[in-house]
Structures are given as C-alpha cells and as structure tokens.
Design a protein around this ligand. Structure first.
Ligand SMILES: C[S@@+](CC[C@H](N)C(=O)[O-])C[C@H]1O[C@@H](n2cnc3c(N)ncnc32)[C@H](O)[C@@H]1O
Length: 312
C-alpha cells in the first residue's frame, strides 16, 4: 500500500456500518456511492466470482485475466480493485510490470506483491488530477482494466469516465471494461411465462428501478460501453456480449460446471446487491419482505426449467 495513508479523511472513509447483518463502508453509504457490503462474506464471494469469470472464459485451462493481446505491459491500472483478486493475479503474471489499483474501499490486502501499488480514488470524480501517489498520469498505462464497478458509478459519469481512461492509456495500449447487464435472462424463454411472474425477475426489476430513482447508477451500462468508447475516440473497439450460465444446464461439461458454480455465487450476489436497495423502498414490514423476495429469487435459480443466464 502506498504511504499516502497519512490522511485522517481516509481513516474516516474506512469506518464500517452494520445493516441487516452485513457490513458496509459508512462513507460510501452516507455518500450514496456503493451500497454493497464489504465484509468477509462479500470478500469470499468476490474471490469466487473472480475464479468463475477467469475459468469460464479460459480457453487454455489457465485462468483468463484479459482479452486484449498483451505482451509485456509495463504499467497496468485496475479500477475498483475490490479485494485485489484480479490485481494480484495480473501482478504475479507480469512481475516486471507495475500494477496500480484504485478503490474507494482502500484497505490493505492479505497479500500484496511488490509490484502492486494501491491508492484511494473515487471513480465518480476525475482521478488523474487527484492522484496522491502520482501513479495516475496521462498516457502512462499499457493496459487498464475496469470490472464490476457499475453499482458505484453514476450514470452520468460513464461518458467522462470512459474518456478519462482513454487519456490515461498509452498510445497503442488497451482499455477493457467488464460489466454485467443486470437483467436475468432465460434460455427457455421463461417457460412461456412473463419474467415478472418469477421472484428473480421482480427482484432485478426493483434493483434497476432503485438504481434509476434513488442511486443514479446504470444497471445496463454494459450495453452502452462500445458506443461510449467510440464517442470517446477509442480506436479498434471490440465488444462482446457473453452469456454466463446460472445453473448446471447446457451442452458442454464446461458450461454446466461453471454454470453450477455461478448459480451458487449468484445466490450470494442477490443478497449483496439487493439488501440495501430493496430496503430503501420503505415497504411495510420491510426487513421480512426484502428477505422473503431475496429468498424466493434465490430459489428460482434452482429451477432447472428456466435455464438462466446473465449477460456480461
Ligand atoms: C463488485 S466489486 C468488484 C471488485 C473487482 N473489480 C473484481 O472484479 O473482483 C466493486 C468494487 O468497486 C469499488 N467501487 C465501487 N464504486 C466505486 C467508485 N465510485 N470509486 C472507486 N471504487 C468503487 C467497490 O469499493 C468495490 O471494491
């Protein structure tokens, strides 16, 4: 961790708040930035999610950390490093590189390779001018990775965020965005029913509605990224929308294996991503109602007829 941890302001930002049995970053919930837990349970879930994404997209048997044709990147930036699973893996894969990770939850990681530098940054603001370590310089990075930060980024910030990352990347470098389209889909067409008849459809509708009405973030940012990158002047934009299975269905062993692991992880994700948002609707008997909806949505993931997936 860089030695800019002298700042009392940052110590306040590390305080935690308990809510419905989970721990949140106090600063983040007060500022309405990121209303997802930051406790051990979420750390564990993020580790498993990282394993699922790296394993599902692997074509070689080795974890796949990126899609860009990287050779020997010198400077790498990880936006919203979470518990550092991707940042540590890439730092170990390219030991001659320097990896800079930024996050609002700026806590030391259990393992920090020597070539990893961590810095506090709020991605909703311009990060280049705020860099305390001096790591975030224009035109510095060979590769920038931004994964699963849409729940903490304002919808209106996306265009300038995409543009700012373009200014941070070196000429000829790469920027990669990875986000879920937070709309659960059924490969069997919801068995002829309307998704709203299923708790999983209702839950994701409510969370998207909360994002628009209470949080100003964009659950469907992933569908707009290619356009945003084109508008920001990126060259050779390649975009892909992949279906990640939820449950053990599909033709290949690979698909079924990762689908099963992703189902278990998605059950945990539903609690992490829905607990606080659903509570803000102020429903009568709120906690019981919220918990019941989450439990019923989790049960839908076990329905083999739905053949669920999420797009990435
Ligand atoms: C779902 S986790 C993903 C972590 C990591 N990118 C991964 O894929 O494993 C989201 C992370 O983004 C961070 N985050 C959310 N909003 C942010 C913001 N506005 N600025 C900086 N970090 C943010 C959170 O603190 C959290 O660590």
């Amino acid at each position: 961790m860089s030695d800019s941890y002298e700042n009392a302001e940052i110590e306040v930002e590390m305080e935690r708040t308990e809510f419905m049995g989970r721990e949140y970053q106090t600063w983040s919930v007060e500022q309405n930035v990121y209303k997802v837990p930051i406790d051990d349970e979420e750390e564990d879930r993020l580790e498993e999610e990282h394993a699922i994404i790296s394993g599902f997209f692997s074509t070689t048997g080795e974890d796949r950390l990126y899609f860009a044709p990287l050779t020997r990147p010198k400077n790498i930036l990880e936006c919203g490093y979470g518990r550092g699973h991707w940042a540590i893996a890439i730092a170990n894969q390219f030991p001659d590189s320097t990896v800079c990770g930024v996050d609002i939850n700026w806590e030391a990681l259990p393992e920090e390779p020597e070539n990893l530098v961590l810095e506090w940054a709020n991605l909703n603001k311009n990060i280049t001018s705020k860099s305390k370590s001096g790591e975030l310089q224009q035109g510095k990075f060979d590769y920038i990775h931004s994964r699963f930060i849409a729940f903490g980024l304002r919808e209106k910030r996306w265009p300038s965020y995409v543009k700012e990352l373009r200014s941070l990347v070196k000429r000829g470098g790469y920027v990669e965005f990875v986000e879920y389209d937070f709309l659960f889909q059924s490969d069997s067409g919801w068995c002829g029913y309307d998704p709203k008849q299923f708790a999983i459809g209702q839950l994701s509708d409510y969370v998207r509605d909360w994002q628009t009405r209470y949080h100003s973030s964009d659950a469907r940012a992933s569908t707009k990224l290619a356009t945003l990158m084109g508008d920001a002047g990126y060259k050779n934009v390649v975009s892909g929308m992949y279906q990640v299975p939820i449950g053990s269905w599909g033709d290949s062993e690979h698909h079924r294996y990762w689908g099963e692991r992703n189902k278990n992880n998605t059950k945990r994700l539903l609690e992490s991503f829905a607990l606080w948002p659903l509570s803000e609707f102020g429903w009568p008997d709120s906690e019981a109602t919220v918990r019941s909806l989450i439990t019923r949505a989790q049960q839908d993931l076990d329905n083999p007829h739905l053949r669920l997936y999420i797009r990435l």
